[in-house]
Every structure is written in structure tokens, then in C-alpha cells.
Design a protein around this ligand. Structure first.
Ligand SMILES: NC(=O)C1=CN([C@@H]2O[C@H](COP(=O)(O)OP(=O)(O)OC[C@H]3O[C@@H](n4cnc5c(N)ncnc54)[C@H](OP(=O)(O)O)[C@@H]3O)[C@@H](O)[C@H]2O)C=CC1
Ligand SMILES: CC(=O)N[C@@H](CCC(=O)OP(=O)(O)O)C(=O)O
Length: 349
């Protein structure tokens, strides 16, 4: 019998953390050995999340690097921006593997991070060490590494929708517009006016227009794929639903291509990758079709009148956009099949 990998979750009382608990409890190679809270150490995790009653009876541990080192091999950070900046280097120095689902190590430039996140950037030495874990695009780089920066939720949906075209140089890099919508769980469990029931119910709004912190993350990955600087328009919206992201992306092609050729390009690019599904001609995915799962579903339409391509990409923000991709990264890091513990069907209806 092989020993299971011992996992700790910092920020286990948040939405990303509690989704990691759900997924890791079902993972055949992993055992959760520490659920960690900066504010409720000592309390049973099920106090704040009664759905875990009789499933996970652990009490919350404090954020203590020595304690984590004694209990775990790998640590997931599902913490607000700025926490991982300080904590991840200490965990790495203690010999632990780290998968960070916050934005602290996604941007290579500390200055760009500071501009968009308004937080002090991480130590450049550790920034360089972090591998950006967009699994279907940069997954090869994750294998055998000890520090993974998990992509943001909007970037995951938007980049998977654009990667095949960016990598082949078929799109005009100045023409990209992404119009993305998220369910409110994307804002975390903390309370704010924006996610107050009577504010968001029967409402639909744009927010952080031209200021969203995921803009430079998407541009950074696209520039890398395209081999030239990509600057884009990216607008985020909040929708009165719990889970889900739908990103509608508009691009101009550099030279004329048929829609069939573009669909074939996508199918070849993602061949053998279980979690990206390309829809047939005339079919567009809806968020409910990936709900609770690690899938990213993509539909395409080339408008013969304008010559513009419309791409529709959907994910579950808490799974593929956070905890699911983090587990997929763990699988790649450990050399396991990337779908280990993740091969479940979306919840429907
Ligand atoms: N929700 C989503 O869809 C996605 C979220 N993310 C990112 O994941 C991270 C977590 O998001 P989410 O789970 O939604 O947020 P939540 O607000 O739901 O949870 C964050 C948790 O972090 C803990 N925390 C707060 N301060 C500290 C601290 N100083 N040290 C340690 N832990 C702390 C809190 O728990 P406690 O007080 O118990 O310590 C809290 O429960 C964020 O960076 C977010 O941007 C990324 C992709 C998608
Ligand atoms: C709906 C909603 O509020 N979503 C959050 C997404 C944050 C996130 O998931 O990612 P980071 O870790 O990169 O901040 C937002 O727009 O900021």
C-alpha cells in the first residue's frame, strides 16, 4: 500500500478552501491532515460549514509553519491577496510543496502586481520560482516543480478560449475584447455590499471596468503564447447566480480562415486533454453545463459579415477556476494522471 500525500489548506474556511476540501476528500492519493484558519483555530471546521458534519471532523489549526511542516507535504493557499506573498516563501523554505490559488505569484513583474493589486509584491527570487499552472497550456512546466501559482478564475476561462489562436499567431493581437461574467461566489465568502442579496438579486452589473487585476495576467500569458506584446480590453460583470463564469471573447483574424479550420485547430490543440471540450458548429456552452466540475467548454462562431470570431468559454469558477485546477496542478506536479480525483460529471440541473 502506498502512503498518501499529506495536504494542508490555509484559508480552509473560505469558498476556495472548502471546495479544496470537497475535492481532496475524494482524491485517492491524498489525505487532508490540516485545515487552517487565521481567525478560528481550535473550532471544528464543520461549525462554519455544517455540510461537513460527520465527513470532516477536524478542528482548525493556526497558521504556524512549524506545525504545518510536521503535518503536511503539500500546502494549498486559498487566502486573500498579500497573505501568500509572505507565507509561501516560509513554507517553501521549510521544504513544503506549495500551490497558491491567490494572485500573489501570477505576475512575473512585481511592479505590475503592485499597480493592479495595490499590494507589496513578493520577493523576486520566489516570483521567479513560481510556475504559472494553466494546466492545458503550460502544464508540462508544472511536472516535478514545488511551487505552483494557480491561474485566476477569469483568466482560466478567457485564456483557454484564446490559447490555440494566440499560439498559432492567427489573431490580430490588438483586436482582443473579452467580456466576462461571474457568479457571486467568485467574490469569496466575506460580506460586501456588492454581494448583498438585495443588491445583486435581479441585477446585473459591470465592475472594475478597465481596472480588473486579471487583465495583466491574461495579457502576460497571451504575450508569451503569441511571442509579441498583447494588450486587450477586458470587462468583468457580476451575475445573480452562485457559481460559473462565462467569457465571451471577440477577435479579428490576421488572415481569412474558415470556421471549420478554427474548430479543428482547437480540437488538435486540446487533443487528449480531458477537461477542455470544444462544442460542435452552432452549439454554445452554458455555465450550468460545467457546474461543480473541472471542465472548460468552448463554442466558436465566425461572423462572415464582420470577419470577427466570437468565442464563448465557460467554467465553474470555484472548480476549474480555483480548487479543481489546483488539484489538477497537484496531479501534474506529482506525475499522476491529471484527472485523478477530478473525473466527475457536472451537476445538472
Ligand atoms: N472564489 C473564487 O471563485 C476564486 C478565488 N480565488 C482566489 O482564492 C483566494 C481565496 O478566495 P476565496 O476562497 O473566494 O475567499 P474567501 O474570502 O471565501 O476566503 C479566504 C479565507 O482566507 C482566510 N484568511 C484571511 N486572512 C488570512 C490571513 N492573514 N492568513 C491566513 N488566512 C487568512 C480566511 O479565513 P480565516 O479567517 O479562517 O483564516 C478566509 O476564509 C483569493 O486570493 C481569491 O482571489 C481564485 C480563483 C477563484
Ligand atoms: C465575482 C468577483 O468578485 N470575482 C473576483 C475574482 C477574484 C479571483 O478569483 O481571483 P484573484 O485571486 O486573482 O483575485 C474579482 O473580480 O476580483
Amino acid at each position: 500500500m502506498t502512503t498518501k500525500l499529506r495536504a494542508a489548506i490555509v484559508g480552509s474556511t473560505g469558498y476556495g478552501g472548502v471546495e479544496l476540501i470537497r475535492l481532496l476528500l475524494a482524491h485517492p492519493n491524498v489525505e487532508i491532515t490540516s485545515v487552517i484558519s487565521s481567525s478560528s483555530a481550535g473550532a471544528p471546521i464543520a461549525d462554519g460549514y455544517p455540510h461537513l458534519n460527520q465527513i470532516l471532523t477536524d478542528r482548525l489549526d493556526a497558521v504556524d509553519v512549524e506545525l504545518i511542516r510536521s503535518k503536511a507535504d503539500v500546502v494549498f493557499l486559498a487566502t486573500p491577496h498579500g497573505v501568500s506573498t509572505e507565507l509561501s516563501p516560509k513554507l517553501l523554505d521549510a521544504g513544503l510543496k506549495v500551490i497558491d490559488i491567490s494572485g500573489d505569484f501570477r505576475l512575473q513583474s512585481g511592479d505590475v502586481y503592485e499597480t493592479w493589486y495595490k499590494h507589496k509584491p513578493a520577493d523576486p527570487e520566489y516570483l521567479k520560482r513560481a510556475v504559472y499552472g494553466l494546466c492545458e497550456v503550460f502544464g508540462e512546466e508544472v511536472r516535478g516543480k514545488d511551487f505552483i501559482s494557480n491561474p485566476g478564475c477569469y483568466p482560466t476561462a478567457t485564456l483557454l478560449g484564446l490559447a490555440p489562436l494566440a499560439a498559432t499567431g492567427w489573431i490580430d493581437p490588438k483586436s482582443i475584447i473579452a467580456d466576462a461574467k461571474s457568479g457571486v461566489s467568485g467574490a469569496g465568502r466575506g460580506l460586501s455590499l456588492l454581494v448583498h442579496y438585495s443588491e445583486i438579486n435581479e441585477n446585473f452589473l459591470a465592475y472594475k471596468v478597465n481596472k480588473h487585476q486579471h487583465t495583466p495576467e491574461i495579457e502576460q500569458a497571451l504575450s508569451r503564447l503569441a511571442g509579441e506584446e498583447v494588450v486587450m480590453t477586458f470587462t468583468t460583470h457580476l451575475v445573480p447566480m452562485t457559481r460559473g463564469i462565462l467569457s465571451t471573447i471577440y477577435v479579428n483574424l490576421k488572415s481569412p480562415r474558415s470556421e471549420d479550420d478554427i474548430r479543428e485547430l482547437y480540437r488538435q490543440y486540446y487533443e487528449g486533454r480531458k477537461f477542455v471540450r470544444i462544442r460542435d458548429k452552432g452549439k454554445y456552452p452554458a455555465t450550468k453545463e460545467v457546474w461543480g466540475s473541472n471542465y472548460c467548454d468552448i463554442g466558436l462562431s465566425l461572423d462572415s459579415r464582420t470577419g470577427r470570431l466570437t468565442i464563448v468559454s465557460v467554467i465553474d469558477n470555484v472548480v476549474k477556476g480555483a480548487a479543481g485546477q489546483a488539484v489538477q496542478n497537484l496531479n501534474l506536479m506529482m506525475g499522476w494522471d491529471e484527472a485523478t480525483g477530478l473525473a466527475f460529471t457536472p451537476v445538472y440541473p
